[in-house]
Design a binder for this molecule. Structure first.
Ligand code: HEC
Length: 112
């Protein structure tokens, strides 16, 4: 099949191979809970609840602690954007984003 809806062309075989290779190399590597058992302890809770809402929990070794701070700030923007689309007001009792706890958890396991 080379044509999909609205005249958009499907990728050729070669383009598909390029896309798959790109995704294999750069896709989110999920956190392995056997390596980070504290993700299920209280100190991992803020990270675990907040960060698997849109994608798999990322492996903390992916970034340094300083890089993580920048990623978390960007994720807050992603979350604010998403909340704007879904609802304009926080629900009472809704869990809050505990950024300091998330950064502490990631800094503990981050790449040196
Ligand atoms: C509202 C949805 C949403 C939530 C919640 C969310 N993310 Fe993301 N995340 C995204 C999107 C969209 C991308 C791809 C675009 C980008 O990188 O901003 C992404 C990409 C990433 C990446 C890959 C890019 C990079 O710079 O390494 C990492 C790592 C990541 N998120 C970590 C986190 C962490 C840690 C949390 C918890 C604080 C989190 N995310 C929460 C939506 C979200």
């Amino acid at each position: 099949m080379s044509e999909m809806m609205a005249g958009v062309s499907a990728p050729t075989d070669e383009e598909t191979r390029t896309l798959v290779a790109y995704l294999r190399r750069h896709a989110q590597r999920p956190l392995d809970p056997r390596r980070y058992p504290d993700v299920y302890r209280p100190e991992g809770e803020a990270f675990r609840l907040a960060c698997n809402q849109c994608h798999v929990l990322p492996d903390p070794q992916r970034h340094t602690a300083a890089q993580w701070r920048a990623v978390i700030a960007r994720m807050q923007e992603n979350m604010a954007w998403m909340n704007r689309v879904v609802a304009s007001k926080a629900l009472p009792g809704e869990p809050q984003l505990r950024v300091e706890e998330i950064n502490a958890f990631l800094a503990k396991h981050a790449r040196p």
